[in-house]
Ligand binder design. Structure first.
Ligand code: FES
Length: 70
């Protein structure tokens, strides 16, 4: 089964002394043995424009964009 999840965060969330990935791009974020800590990969979201949905592959490369109509 596959599931599409839309994340809007462009940076981590601090929990105690740890920075937890909220962008979904940290290496291993999608793995079962996930260690959901920020690894700086969120910098890849900086070029994202409002009004678009970006899809990334497992290596963190943008593979598609969609316009958002509200
Ligand atoms: S918030 Fe996801 S890598 Fe930093």
């Amino acid at each position: 089964m596959a599931r599409k999840v839309i994340l809007k965060a462009k940076g981590p969330v601090k929990v105690g002394e740890k920075w937890i990935c909220a962008c979904g791009l940290a290496k291993g974020w999608q793995e079962a043995e996930c260690q959901p800590f920020c690894d700086g990969s969120h910098t890849k979201t900086r070029p994202e424009e409002d009004g678009k949905i970006y899809s990334y592959d497992a290596e963190g490369n943008v593979i598609s964009t969609e316009e958002v109509y509200s």
